[in-house]
Design a protein around this ligand. Structure first.
Ligand SMILES: Nc1ncnc2c1ncn2[C@@H]1O[C@H](COP(=O)(O)OP(=O)(O)OP(=O)(O)O)[C@@H](O)[C@H]1O
Length: 268
């Protein structure tokens, strides 16, 4: 059985449709990259998965049960803009994230020391060990974003939602964070939904790349119709299944063959 089932989701804001008839079935441990034109509703889709918003129509289930309409620690999220605890040191930001997974939400004594050692190991892996004792305000934007990503990963949510998490990072740091995310996925079975504008990144990290687009278009009223999932590519087997030129941001010609359409997953 799949972990996340998205069935016939519609979302409108007022009279304006954003998403139409979105269907998606995602197995536990799958990494879904989400791409699509700016403003087509990708972040809206993440908010629906996070249960921050209710769809106008349709249903999302996790493990066969409808979302509960309340915050749930099984789902973590990283937005493009970093969000870390400003009053905690870099190290304790990681410790706090791990502590959120505990029943009382706090760590003491030996458990705290052990968590700080684990946090230091994480900071070493993402190149922030030298600022472990500093406060986030002393860090650059890119470093704060790295910390926010590491924090979400340290919480080991069952479902991780990433909204353009690497967009603000320089290429070298982005590579480092990709490696960290892939390594961690090898260690912890997380189901990941990641919105990105970078096709290379989408295919490199994702098991599947789903494309949101409009199937209907009114030239007199561009906002008349919403977007849906138009392609669902199989992106496994170690990366990009075709060659992308540097800075290419459209699907190349010849286009890769979709494994399914309309949000239906077709796997061997
Ligand atoms: N709460 C809201 N109320 C009204 N309109 C909204 C709301 N949230 C989003 N929108 C509109 O819905 C559309 C889709 O927004 P969304 O942020 O989901 O797109 P996106 O695909 O993530 O865009 P981008 O790639 O630029 O981040 C946009 O036109 C946005 O202005």
């Amino acid at each position: 059985m799949s972990l996340v089932e998205v069935r016939d989701i519609f979302q409108s804001y007022g009279a304006r449709p954003i998403l139409e008839r979105v269907n998606l079935s995602v197995g536990e441990g799958e990494f879904i990259s989400i791409v699509g034109a700016s403003g087509c509703g990708k972040s809206t889709f993440l908010r629906l998965l996070l249960d921050q918003e209710r769809p106008t129509r349709g249903q999302i289930t996790v493990d066969g049960a409808p979302l509960k309409g309340e915050p749930d620690r099984s789902r973590g999220i990283v937005f493009q803009r970093y969000s870390v605890f400003p009053h905690l040191s870099v190290r304790d930001n990681i410790v706090a994230a791990e502590g959120l997974q505990r029943p009382l939400g706090r760590l003491f004594g030996q458990a705290l020391s052990a968590a700080r050692r684990r946090a230091d190991a994480v900071l070493e892996r993402i190149g922030l060990a030298h600022v472990a004792g500093q406060y986030p305000a002393a860090l650059s934007g890119g470093m704060q974003q790295r910390l926010a990503i590491a924090q979400a990963l340290a919480a080991k949510p069952r479902i991780l939602l990433l909204d353009e998490p690497f967009g603000a990072l320089d290429p070298g740091t982005r590579e480092q964070m990709h490696r960290f995310l892939l390594d961690l996925r090898g260690e912890v079975r997380m189901t990941v939904f990641m919105v990105t504008h970078d096709l290379r990144e989408a295919f490199k990290l994702g098991d599947r790349v789903v494309v949101f687009d409009k199937t209907r278009w009114d030239p007199h009223d561009p906002t008349a119709f919403g977007a849906t999932i138009t392609y669902d590519f199989d992106a496994r087997n170690g990366g990009i299944p075709y060659q992308l030129k540097e800075d290419q941001d459209v699907f190349p010609d010849p286009a890769p063959q979709p494994v399914a359409s309309s949000g239906q997953q077709a796997r061997p």
